[in-house]
Design a protein around this ligand. Structure first.
Ligand code: NAI
Length: 249
């Protein structure tokens, strides 16, 4: 129970990686705010956690809206009195159909608004609460911050920004004993990659990108998130850590 007495927010908590992380953090003693734009799925995750005898509440949020993210952090304070762990994990992927020339500017802006601005808002709002007693902020980047794929231009831009923001925030927030780290997952078998599942050739190619030729699971990523959030990772700061079975190497 390494998180007993601690409070965590997990954005994208209704999805694959967020859900697995929320459940694992709660099972290890954290009180968890499951935050997502999808209320049905998010409420269900919180209910599942409570059914296991742990503590969780759902809060609806659109992470691309700063006021809503501030309200999310405020909800954690009002509900559980503190905030120790902020997992800025909500994100969207492109449909892979448009290159940088054809892509509407609005498509770019939407991805940046959620994947990049959403992480900025999460860092900003959480750090304002954590600065008196410290905390840990974990951001979800991707191997796509480092390697390129076709027709995912805004996703690459946003995830590279997450790595940059992680470094800058870690440096600025160190004086408050706030650690800021990121994870850079390879392909993880969640709803995010559903569009690729139908095409066997594409799916095989994705599997083979990993050294042991299969996608990761949300639970494998959650184990790393919990480790990074824990005191066992107390000397880990400012970097993005690959969780990718060597895919980006
Ligand atoms: P997912 O699609 O299962 O979960 C994403 C969650 O984010 C969903 O529950 C969705 O409702 C929520 N969400 C979307 N827009 C939102 C918004 N504006 N405000 C609040 N919540 C919103 O996908 P997955 O795989 O769990 O993704 C989690 C993170 O991991 C994302 O940032 C994604 O980019 C990243 N990632 C995923 C990889 C994969 O292969 N699945 C690989 C590398 C990174």
């Amino acid at each position: 129970m390494r998180f007993t007495g601690q409070v965590a927010i997990v954005t994208g908590g209704a999805g694959g990686i967020g859900q697995a992380s929320a459940k694992l953090l709660a099972s290890q003693g954290a009180k968890v705010i499951v935050a997502d734009i999808n209320p049905q799925a998010g409420e269900q995750v919180a209910a599942d956690i409570r059914a296991e005898g742990h503590e969780a509440q759902f809060h609806a949020v659109d992470v691309s809206n700063f006021e809503r993210v501030e309200a999310l952090v405020q909800f954690a304070i009002e509900t559980y009195g503190q905030l120790d762990i902020m997992f800025n994990n909500a994100g969207i992927f492109g449909d892979g159909t448009e290159n940088v020339i054809d892509m509407p500017v609005e498509t770019y802006k939407r991805t940046i608004g959620i994947n990049q601005d959403g992480v900025f808002y999460g860092i900003k709002a959480a750090a304002a609460q954590m600065k008196d007693k410290g905390g840990v902020i974990i951001n979800t980047a991707s191997i796509y911050a480092y390697i390129a794929d076709k027709n995912q231009f805004p996703y690459h831009a946003s995830k590279a920004a997450v790595v940059g923001m992680t470094k800058a925030a870690a440096l600025e927030l160190a004086r408050y004993n706030i650690r800021v780290v990121a994870i850079a997952p390879g392909m993880i078998d969640t709803g995010l990659v559903d569009a690729w599942r139908a095409d066997e050739r594409v799916w095989n190619t994705i599997q083979k990108a990993h050294m042991r030729r299969q996608l990761g699971t949300a639970e494998q990523v959650a184990q790393v998130v919990a480790f990074l959030a824990s005191d066992e990772a107390s000397f880990m700061n400012g970097h993005a850590y690959f969780v990718d079975d060597g895919a980006a190497s």
